[in-house]
Design a protein around this ligand. Structure first.
Ligand SMILES: Cc1cc2nc3c(=O)[nH]c(=O)nc-3n(C[C@H](O)[C@H](O)[C@H](O)COP(=O)(O)O)c2cc1C
Length: 307
């Protein structure tokens, strides 16, 4: 159809693609190239802040490392981020390196289509900027999309404190493998942020892909707390040690004890110890990846299942 042919010229790819992936999948490998060595950080890096865009890892890779994302099957380079070291986060348990993203590019599309698609996406971002939103610079959003070449799992985070209960989606989360810690980056304006700093306990439910619509609806709870656990459109079960209501149909429930929290730009970065880890069901988990990554995979007849 002529419309399919013309679409890439007039309409940008979506920034994000919501996909169904096995929690153990390692479709993309992340490697940090530092001064002395290259280290696999697939399970050891996460986003710590969006504005500025900051990556956290338990690896110290020197002053100006490169973070590369490669397709684990074909070994093709998908994208790269140029990083600059910031002051680390230091606790009595670990020192976590922070790197501000200074530049980046992806190689999922041909040069011409990449530049044109970025121009269309950036134009749309500038046009649809709402004043109360976190207005990231379009070039930083392009770099964030590159960080999402490594698909990010979506969880529902729940907390239950006297006078305050809540459950909301997060994907700026992840293990910092070598430190044994797990991190969460939560916008400092989130209504539960002060409570999380105070009670220091949360439960993370790994969400089956089929629950996408319910999860997106719960993003309203970034702004307002939950009035009643019984009002949720799915059953809950209490987490093993902390007794926090979590999602009964979760693939996995992880309890986190917050060891340290600090503000990094627009976000509060929580460093946590995993207090319990329950595997409940097999299945595909909701993930986010970059739209250009899904386009790359579709062209090669290996798209992630879209939800
Ligand atoms: C699937 C999903 C994952 C999200 N992950 C995070 C997250 O990790 N950290 C965060 O601070 N906000 C997260 N959010 C919240 C949104 O980014 C946004 O802050 C929230 O919806 C409020 O929007 P606004 O303040 O820009 O209007 C997530 C939302 C959704 C739907």
């Amino acid at each position: 159809m002529w419309k399919d042919w013309i679409r890439p010229f007039v309409r940008p790819l979506p920034q994000w693609s919501t996909v169904a992936i096995a929690p153990t999948s390692r479709a993309v490998t992340a490697t940090l190239h530092g001064d002395d060595a290259s280290v696999d950080v697939t399970a050891d890096h996460t986003v710590a802040s969006l504005k500025p865009l900051v990556i956290a890892t338990s690896v110290d890779a020197g002053e100006r490392p490169l973070l590369e994302y490669t397709d684990s099957t074909t070994q093709r380079l998908l994208g790269v981020l140029h990083l600059v070291r910031m002051a680390p986060v230091t606790t009595d348990k670990a020192s976590i390196s922070l790197y501000q993203v200074e530049g980046g590019e992806h190689y999922c599309l041909s040069w011409l289509r990449r530049s044109w698609n970025a121009w269309l996406q950036n134009r749309l971002m500038l046009k649809s900027r709402a004043p109360h939103h976190l207005a990231m610079d379009p070039s930083a959003v392009q770099q964030l999309m590159t960080a999402y070449l490594h698909p990010r799992p979506v969880v529902l985070v729940s907390l239950d404190a006297p006078g305050h209960q809540n459950i909301f989606p997060m994907d700026l989360i992840g293990p910092l493998e070598r430190s044994g810690l797990f991190s969460l980056a939560l916008r400092s304006t989130n209504v539960s942020e002060p409570v999380m700093r105070e009670v220091r306990q949360v439960a993370l439910s790994s969400i089956p892909a089929a629950m996408k619509n319910v999860v997106y609806k719960l993003s309203e709870h970034h702004k307002q707390p939950l009035s009643d656990w019984n009002a949720l459109p799915f059953p809950v079960r209490t987490s093993r040690e902390f007794g926090i209501p979590a999602v009964s149909s979760a693939l996995h429930i992880r309890e986190l004890a917050v060891l340290h929290s600090q503000t990094i730009g627009s976000h509060t970065f929580f460093l946590c110890r995993i207090a319990s880890d329950e595997d409940l069901a097999e299945g595909l988990q909701l993930h986010h990846t970059a739209g250009f990554h899904q386009a790359y995979r579709r062209k090669r007849n290996m798209p992630f299942a879209e939800v």
